[in-house]
Design a protein around this ligand. Structure first.
Ligand SMILES: [Zn+2]
Length: 293
């Protein structure tokens, strides 16, 4: 059924390339469009409201300094919603590709929802460029504690977000939460924990950036998959440019066609439906079935 959405000549040409000896190294760059198919809003950019709060006023170091209880309620809601959501067939397809030993593969995701991780993506081949809702970090300047995968929900009794709603029309202020109601560091015992995501005004974690650069520079990337994000916005654009300059190919999976782009394969539609079809020749069918169960 979905095959009909993809022009047959596009699919044939793409399948011929990914099954050829010329396609050994693949880089996937993943954005919000992949997780929107799992029903998750991203709260970034325009329309980034949670209740009557603008997410830009909640996702900054200043906001956390000013009112950590409010910021933690926002992130508790997002943790809860991400845990209620399920990885979709697009996450699972990339996860399966990460277990294909014949392909040198890396996924860089801008999503913080942990869905690729929960789809059983090989963690050595997954970079969460903007961090994760499920990473916790100590805010004490002298303490380096971090917990990379904490799925506890709620984190404290006061942060039970299961009854909170997202509705922008909800103008009711949330209750003020003092620091003693918030999660504290188990190592130093004094520092507040914060979500391990990259906030507005913060730089990307250098470890992630380094690992990405190393992958691109050390390998000749034959193909970059731009999934659920625009190939012309930063940081995708810079990675796409590097791969193109190396002579690599580009495939875009997004809901909108870019008419100015005549060189890339463009797969237009819901990436959770199109990715499995497009990457089918590289996926072990037996493993796919066992994953889905
Ligand atoms: Zn600490």
């Amino acid at each position: 059924m979905e095959e009909q959405l993809i022009p047959p000549e596009t699919l044939t040409s793409f399948h011929n390339f990914i099954t050829s000896p010329n396609c050994k190294t693949i880089l996937a760059l993943v954005g919000a469009g992949l997780s929107s198919a799992s029903g998750l809003p991203t709260f970034r950019g325009s329309g980034g409201y949670w209740r009557h709060y603008n997410s830009i006023d909640l996702a900054t170091p200043d906001a956390f300094e000013r009112d950590p209880g409010l910021v933690w309620q926002f992130y508790s809601y997002r943790r809860h919603m991400a845990l209620m959501a399920q990885p979709n067939a697009g996450h699972q397809t990339l996860a399966q590709l990460s277990h294909n030993d014949k392909i040198n593969f890396l996924t860089i995701t801008q999503n913080v929802d942990g869905l690729s991780q929960r789809a059983n993506h090989d963690s050595r081949k997954l970079i969460e460029l903007h961090g994760s809702l499920f990473c916790l970090k100590c805010t004490n300047f002298t303490c380096s504690y971090s917990d990379p995968a904490n799925f506890k929900d709620p984190l404290t009794d006061s942060l039970d977000a299961s009854s909170l709603v997202h509705d922008k029309g909800n103008t009711e202020d949330l209750p003020f939460l003092s620091d003693d109601k918030l999660p504290h560091c188990p190592a130093c015992e004094t520092g507040l924990l914060r979500p391990g995501v990259v906030w507005f005004g913060e730089s990307l974690p250098w470890v992630s950036v380094d690992k990405t650069d190393e992958f691109i520079m050390r390998n000749h990337v034959d193909l970059i998959l731009v999934v659920g994000t625009s190939g012309v916005a930063w940081p995708a654009a810079s990675y796409v440019d590097i791969v193109k300059n190396q002579g690599g190919k580009v495939a875009v999976f997004n809901i909108e066609r870019d008419d100015t782009d005549t060189e890339s394969w463009q797969f237009i539609g819901d990436c959770s439906k199109i990715l499995p079809v497009a990457l089918d020749p590289l996926i072990d069918q037996v493993n796919v079935r066992s994953e889905v169960q």
